[in-house]
Design a binder for this molecule. Sequence first.
Ligand code: FE2
Length: 384
Amino acid sequence: MFTYHQNCPIIFGAGAIDHLGEYVSELGNIKKALCIFDPGVEAAGIPARAMASLEKAGIACVPFNGIGSEPTIGMVDAAGALGLENKVDAIIGIGGGSSMDTTKATSILMEYPGPSKKYILAKPITMDTKTPVILVPTTSGTGSEATRVAVITQTETGGKWSVFVNTHLAVVDPELSMGMPASVTAYTGLDALSHAAECVTDNISQPHNQLLACAAISKIMKYLPIAWKEPENVEARTEMSLAADWAGIAFGETMCHVGHALADGLSVNLHTPHGYNCAMALPVALEYAAPAVPNEIRMVAEAMGLPLTGKESAEELGAMCANAVWDLMRQLELPSLKAKGFTREQCLKAAEEGYGSHLSSFCPVPVTREAAEKLAARMYDAYQ
Ligand SMILES: [Fe+2]
């Protein structure tokens, strides 16, 4: 038995940003919106376009540009205070995962008393929020616009904790991703690949998320190198935006597993970008999970377009998928952990999160402390 659904309507297409006001108006009775973004997106002029469209539709905008590379409880509390002070009746997140996750978490404070750390706990909880949340991604990676989860960093511990809220509309305009530098295109695209491949091989995978995730994997393997090389290639940007969104729906229905757990371990200890960390962890997570999910790892290998005879063992398929990801990483010129100046010992610290994270409970092979340590070591050793 399984459930499949989509959280909210998703409007997809080039130029959609200039119609944001019309789309938000259709949600009904919205007069003032808090618009959350980061200074980089602001410098690219994207929030200005969004707010011009909103104001044209009679929706006043309260801008908040205090988003950094990782969303923290401090950002959520600051955005929440601004929203309450201005009595906004909707919250719009424009940006990458940090802005969209902060937007989701901020919606809690519109209805429940703060501070936000009361709701962002080591064990994820679901908050029944009513304040309209509208999400506009400017990267093609996190898929955050398609999920209910907000992953927020605890400032004191550096730990990443999740909370689930209701979302109401996503507007995906692939042209917004054209401004991403090559490295960000690579990191965010590999994050999307990790969402797709991990959710196919988790222990609650089902036909609907497999359908979307495998389609996303095929698109990413084909179009990520093109988008990386040709940032203005509309076809590649469109396919990558669609792939990231589908991967988002797919992992929102199920879960990521030990790959994202190890990636969070790298984030906490090395402060490297989420997508880079996911790329380091994905190959070893696929190798590790493969023996327990022979059919699903074959689906991933097929979606990647690997040359298969049909006679490969699950272990062989896991190794082939891992090699395909490493090849893609080399093609996108991702530096290894060693090349970035980190020691093996620093990388091994990721094992703690790999073992302790709730995400690892969705890995089809149990993740012991010893296994997490081996996986962390392999992340460092296998990709040079
Ligand atoms: Fe991710």
